[in-house]
Design a protein around this ligand. Structure first.
Ligand SMILES: [Fe+2]
Length: 265
């Protein structure tokens, strides 16, 4: 079984490059399950219901988000519109499971692929150098106690490499893949851990790499050089689709391979 995980889509440049590549990547690798982080797909800040629907139209099964999930307010009603047992698109847009329990939406989705394999996608957010939220390690344990599927993919949206590596080892042998998002810079440490979990600290953003993590470089540089606030805008130059391809045994959920993906224009 093959899984495609696509890193944080950033703005229109990110949407364009993923739209360009996702079809041939899914086809040539016989992808059974596609998970896309869409946290910054709307102009670099959040995601709208319309953009979520557009991404589902490319063949995504589940969308994940992160700390910017509520930047576009309309996503709250969209996520609130889905019942827990629903398989609608609105139910397949996740926010981190360790957010406040009254937050809109859900942090886990359990579905079945077209080929009949049950899977789960879990979404958690880190706490190191980020807004204080519930313990992602305990939240992972609680989710795993409920999930019946063997094939389980975690998007761990976190800043610190240490926290992400720790989550990889914490879940080794218990999930198919632990994939990091949020930093927008891909790491070169993809590997299969000892007990069969595919791991990469950060898969990198799908967006403009002639930028400072997606934002127009002059605007961010101005803030670093002067300390003065200013409006951030999504950059456009040098777009790349980044992500990871994972191969696993659908019967056990154990991963046998992970490959980094970085595709430009
Ligand atoms: Fe983020």
């Amino acid at each position: 079984m093959n899984i495609l995980f696509v890193g944080d889509i950033f703005g229109s440049a990110g949407r364009k490059i993923v739209r360009e590549h996702i079809g041939h990547v899914r086809e040539s690798h016989q992808v059974d399950l596609t998970v896309i982080n869409a946290e910054n797909a709307a102009g670099g800040f959040g995601v709208t219901p319309q953009i979520a629907e557009e991404i589902f139209g490319w063949g995504a099964d589940v969308l994940t988000t992160g700390n910017h999930v509520w930047d576009k307010k309309e996503i709250m009603d969209y996520m609130n519109s889905a019942a827990p047992e629903s398989r609608d698109h609105a139910r397949r847009v996740l926010r981190p499971a360790n957010f406040h329990p009254d937050s809109p939406g859900f942090g886990v989705y359990e579905g079945t692929t077209a080929g009949g394999v049950d899977y789960a996608v879990m979404h958690l957010q880190g706490r190191v150098f980020m807004t204080p939220i519930d313990d992602p390690f305990r939240a992972a344990d609680a989710l795993l106690a409920q999930i019946k599927a063997k094939v389980i993919v975690l998007d761990f949206h976190a800043e610190a490499t240490s926290e992400k590596v720790a989550m990889g080892w914490h879940l080794d042998g218990r999930v198919t893949a632990v994939l990091g998002t949020h930093t927008h810079v891909p790491t070169a440490d993809e590997r299969i851990l000892h007990n069969g979990t595919a791991y990469q600290t950060d898969v990198g953003m799908s967006g403009p790499y002639d930028s400072i993590i997606g934002v127009e470089k002059e605007l961010v540089l101005h803030r670093f050089l002067t300390g003065m606030p200013g409006k951030f805008e999504a950059a456009k130059g040098n777009p790349k689709m980044c992500g990871a391809l994972i191969t696993c045994d659908p019967a056990t959920g154990r991963a046998s391979a992970i490959e980094r993906v970085m595709l430009g224009e």
